[in-house]
Design a protein around this ligand. Structure first.
Ligand SMILES: *Cc1c(COP(=O)(O)O)cnc(C)c1O
Length: 422
C-alpha cells in the first residue's frame, strides 16, 4: 500500500479503481509483497541453517492463487484438514511437500490422510493405534506441547502450555515414538506450534530449546534419527502503527544457534529444520476495501461500511486491532468515530471509537490493513451478507481470483422437502 498524493494505491493501482472494477467489500492481495515476505523469512533462517524448508499454513488464506505464489517461491503446504491436503494437490503439491497437522481426527480423516501420502503429524499418542489400524505411514511426526506458548493475539491463539488443546504432553512423547518405532515406522520427524503473532525474537530460541530437550532425549534413548524438526509458525507482524516489528534476523540467528547446539548436545544426526509460518507471508500483503454507506450521529458518530464481522472476523472474535485508512482523507483533521458493518449483531460494531478523518462521508472508501491472514478464510455468510471477492494485484495488474458470492451461493446445497412447498 502506498499514497499517491492523498490517494491510496495497492501495488500501482488506486483503490478507487479497484473498487470501481470489483465492487466492495473486496479482499486485495499484493503479490510482490507476499514474495518479498517469503524471501525475507526464508533467507533469514536458511543463512544460518541451510537444510531449511518452509511450509505455508494454508488455513490463513486458502485462495489457490495465493498458495501457488508460495509454491513458486519454494514453500510446501501445512494442511489442517483433508480438504487442505486436497487444496495442496490442486496446486500440484503432495508427498513430503505437505504436512498434515490436523487434530482430533476422525477415522475418515486418518484413512484419507494416509491414502494421500503426505507427512502425518499426529497431535496425540491416542491417535497412533487408530492410525496403525489403517496402515503404516512412510514418515511420522508428532506435535509436541512443550509446556509453554505465547501470542500477541492474547490467550485466543496461545497454542501450547497447559490451557492448549494441541500437542502431546512432554511426559508422553517418549512413549509415542517408542510405540511408533515398535510398530515398524522407520522415518521420523517432530513438530510444535506454540503460538501465533509473536514479535519477541527471544521467544523463538526459547521454545526451540524446550522442544529440543524433549525430542533430544527421545532420540538418544530410542536411537531414532529425526529427519526433520518443525518449529511451527508464529512469526509475528505489527498491527498497530508504531508497534515494534519482530527482529527476524535476530530470531533466526538465535533459533538456528539453539537448534545446532541442541542437536550437538543430544548427538542427533542433523535434521532438516522446518517452519510453517502463514501470517508473516500473507498478513501485511492483504487489505480489504470497503465503502461507507451511511453515517449516523447517535450516542456516538458511527460510520457504517460494507465490511462486517462476517467479512473480517478477527476484531469481533479476538478483539484484534486492524488499522483503517480513509481514501483521500488521511490528511484531514481527526475526530473520534466508530465504524461498523451491516449485520444485526452489536459485535459487528467492531471499532467502537477511533481517531479517523472527521470529514468521513457517505461514498468514501476505507482500506483495512493487515487483512491477508485469517481474513477471507474466516469470513462467512451471516445475514445474507455474503463472502467478498478476492483480487490479486501484481504491480499495475489486477486479477479477480475469487468472485463475490451471490444468492445462488447462499442457498447452494439446501433442499426443501416437497411437503413444505404446498
Ligand atoms: C495456523 C498454523 C500455522 C501458522 O501460524 P502463523 O502464526 O500464522 O504463522 C502453522 N502451523 C500450524 C499447525 C498452524 O495451525
Amino acid at each position: 500500500m502506498k499514497f499517491i498524493g492523498d490517494k491510496i494505491a495497492i501495488g500501482e493501482i488506486p483503490v478507487s479503481e479497484l473498487a470501481e472494477r470489483f465492487g466492495t467489500p473486496t479482499y486485495v492481495y499484493d503479490e510482490q509483497k507476499i514474495r518479498k515476505n517469503y524471501r525475507r523469512a526464508f533467507n533469514a533462517f536458511a543463512k544460518h541453517y541451510p537444510d531449511f524448508k518452509m511450509f505455508y499454513a494454508v488455513k490463513s488464506c486458502n485462495n489457490p492463487a495465493i498458495v501457488n505464489i508460495l509454491r513458486q517461491e519454494g514453500a510446501g503446504v501445512d494442511a489442517a484438514s483433508v480438504n487442505e491436503i486436497l487444496l495442496a494437490k490442486h496446486v500440484g503439491l503432495g508427498g513430503e511437500d505437505v504436512m498434515f497437522s490436523g487434530n482430533f481426527l476422525s477415522d475418515e480423516d486418518i484413512r484419507q490422510g494416509l491414502e494421500s501420502g503426505v507427512i502425518f503429524n499426529l497431535d496425540d499418542i491416542s491417535i497412533l493405534p487408530r492410525l496403525l489400524k489403517f496402515g503404516k505411514p512412510e514418515i511420522l511426526s508428532f506435535r509436541v506441547n512443550p509446556g509453554y506458548g505465547k501470542s500477541n493475539v492474547g490467550e485466543f491463539v496461545t497454542n501450547a502450555g497447559p490451557n492448549a488443546k494441541f500437542g502431546i504432553h512432554p511426559d508422553k512423547v517418549m512413549d509415542a515414538y517408542r510405540m511408533a518405532k515398535e510398530a515398524g515406522v522407520k522415518r521420523f520427524g517432530a513438530h510444535m506450534m506454540t503460538g501465533s503473532c509473536i514479535t519477541d525474537a527471544e521467544y523463538f530460541p526459547f521454545v526451540t530449546g524446550l522442544l529440543m530437550d524433549i525430542i533430544g532425549k527421545a532420540g538418544r534413548e530410542l536411537k531414532i534419527d529425526f529427519e526433520f524438526i518443525d518449529l511451527g509458525g508464529g512469526l509475528g507482524i505489527p498491527y498497530k502503527p508504531g508497534e515494534a516489528a519482530l527482529d527476524l534476523e535476530k530470531a533466526a540467528e538465535l533459533t538456528a544457534k539453539m537448534f545446532r547446539d541442541k542437536v550437538a548436545e543430544y548427538g542427533l544426526k542433523p535434521p532438516q529444520l522446518k517452519m510453517e509460518p502463514a501470517r508473516y507471508f500473507v498478513g501485511n500483503a492483504g487489505y480489504i476495501i470497503g465503502r461507507v454507506h451511511s453515517i449516523k450521529e447517535s450516542y456516538k458518530k458511527i460510520a457504517g461500511t460494507d465490511i462486517g464481522m462476517n467479512t473480517l472476523a478477527r476484531p469481533a472474535m479476538y478483539g484484534s486491532y486492524h488499522h483503517i485508512y480513509v481514501d483521500g482523507k488521511e490528511q484531514d483533521p481527526r475526530a473520534a468515530i466508530g465504524l461498523c458493518g451491516q449485520l444485526c449483531e452489536n459485535t459487528d460494531f467492531w471499532v467502537k471509537e477511533r481517531e479517523l478523518p472527521s470529514t468521513i462521508a457517505e461514498g468514501d472508501l476505507v482500506v483495512v490493513e493487515n487483512a491477508g491472514a485469517y481474513g477471507f478464510g474466516m469470513s462467512y455468510q451471516y445475514n445474507g451478507r455474503l463472502r467478498p471477492a478476492e483480487v490479486l494485484v501484481n504491480g499495475d495488474e489486477a486479477t479477480l481470483i475469487r468472485t463475490r458470492e451471490d444468492f445462488d451461493d447462499m442457498i447452494r446445497h439446501t433442499f426443501v422437502p416437497s411437503r413444505l412447498k404446498s
